[in-house]
Write a protein that binds this ligand. Sequence first.
Ligand code: ADP
Length: 159
Amino acid sequence: MTKKIAIYPGSFDPITNGHIDLIKRASKLFDEVIIGITQNSKKSAFLSIDQRLDMASKTLSDISNIKVMSFNTLLVDFAKAQNAQVILRGLRAVSDFEYEFQLSGMNKHLNPTIETLFMTPAEQYANISSSLVREILSLGGDISHFVPKSVEALLKQQL
Ligand code: ADP
């Protein structure tokens, strides 16, 4: 039987409790979930690729069917190379929809065999974004509710 593999792509700059909630849910639906960390050309990264890989790997080490990888190719090409059938994206609010809709349309055009699936996080994670976590951190605020302890410690070192 073909292994059901999903790619969950993003900047993960840093990985948050919202991402982790989604990953845990997805890990129950797929044989394997690959966290694909990319350098988003539109955003300048706060953390290096290696730091983001390290944070995600440490945080997710207790889930056996998760792989954390980085990539710098087209997402659909990365998905194909990993034999993934699905691209997974998170939807937090209506404001995410327009961009995500456009992205999934373009990816479908580039490779019609790969499906995009959307998942929503549990309600308490719906307002968390990596950019807000970075902003709160830079202003000395408490980020302990938004990221795991290990990520918080690494972020404080980074400052
Ligand atoms: P990108 O730079 O590609 O938007 P992010 O790392 O910000 O990458 O997010 C990766 C994916 O996770 C996106 O689909 C985003 O909508 C989703 N996401 C981000 N934060 C949350 C959250 N709190 N709950 C659920 N999904 C989220």
